[in-house]
Design a protein around this ligand. Structure first.
Ligand code: X90
Length: 280
């Protein structure tokens, strides 16, 4: 029996220490070049090239065939996708599941619409991995991970919403209002899995303080945190430091985003996945 975790590349990890893991790449395109968001992609190179590219750019989710290839050879498969409300990735994975089950009715394929992106997806993948490694049965682990993701959140700080606007994923007016130099837009993944814009901040220190305030407002009180950044390691580390001062025993790690999230978050962008806690 092969048990596998599969995620699209909006989850920023390419490898997992534990259960069999496959990352299915999205693609980033201009009129002249296509970037596949896999382990061969030079993310910083792509971000720099796109900064000097004046034409349009796009993204594309995996096709059902690409999803299905990731299911080959496994019996129990848990699939994580970026929010269905911003991407076709979930629907594509669903089509792949139906096709694959028609040919292999004995398999189990569970798909999770994470209603999120980046580090919040990674947290769910890590949770599923831990549960399976602890010996939990596949279906029970899927159920447990489904409820875990309801207790995690995602906040972000972005310098621009340009790429969201050019792909029709936020309104042009909202994007224009966030384009001023030195202003960062702070928001969260809404319960529907769309961008919810919460505040604006000028300067790094105010941005990081506002991010932490938004986490606390969403229920953060010392749980696990994953900070993802695009070419902004110093920002990620500063937030980590501020969190450790306020919550000394918390488990926090930082990583670079892969291609898809970097494309939308742009240079300097920060995404934070965190466990909310319901202290009663
Ligand atoms: O199908 C496609 O072409 C992919 C479209 C993806 C659009 C969303 C990317 C989000 C990247 C940026 C900030 C976090 C927003 C979270 C909202 C749920 C991450």
């Amino acid at each position: 029996m092969v048990t596998r975790i599969v995620s699209d590349s909006s989850c920023d990890i390419l490898e997992l220490d534990g259960v069999d893991f496959v990352s299915v790449p999205l693609k980033i395109r201009t009129e002249i070049k296509e970037y596949t968001d896999d382990g061969n992609l030079d993310v910083e190179g792509m971000v720099s090239e796109l900064l000097s590219h004046h034409g349009r750019s796009y993204t594309a989710c995996p096709s059902p065939l690409e999803w299905e290839a990731a299911f080959e050879g496994a019996d129990n498969i848990c699939v994580f996708t970026i929010t269905k409300n911003l991407s076709g990735s979930y629907n594509s994975a669903h089509t792949a599941r139906n096709e694959h089950l028609a040919a292999h009715p004995e398999k189990k394929i569970h798909i999770v619409d994470t209603l999120s992106a980046g580090p919040e997806i990674t947290m769910a993948v890590l949770r599923m991995n831990d549960l399976l490694l602890s010996g939990m049965e596949f279906e029970a682990a899927c159920k447990e991970t489904d409820s875990y993701i309801l207790s995690t959140g995602l906040v972000f700080a972005l310098k621009s919403l340009h790429n969201f606007a050019q792909n029709g994923r936020v309104g042009k007016l909202a994007a224009a209002a966030c384009g001023a130099l030195g202003i960062q837009v702070i928001g969260c993944a809404s319960p529907e899995g769309t961008l919810s814009l919460l505040a604006k901040a000028r300067g790094a220190a105010k941005t990081y303080a506002e991010l932490i305030a938004q986490m606390e407002q969403a229920g953060y009180c010392g749980g696990r945190v994953l900070i993802a950044h695009t070419m902004n390691e110093s920002g990620a580390k500063a937030i980590k430091q501020a969190l450790i001062e306020a919550y000394p025993n918390t488990d926090i790690s930082c990583h670079s985003m892969r291609g898809l999230c970097s494309y939308y978050a742009e240079k300097g962008g920060i995404l934070i996945g965190f466990e909310k806690c319901y202290c009663r």
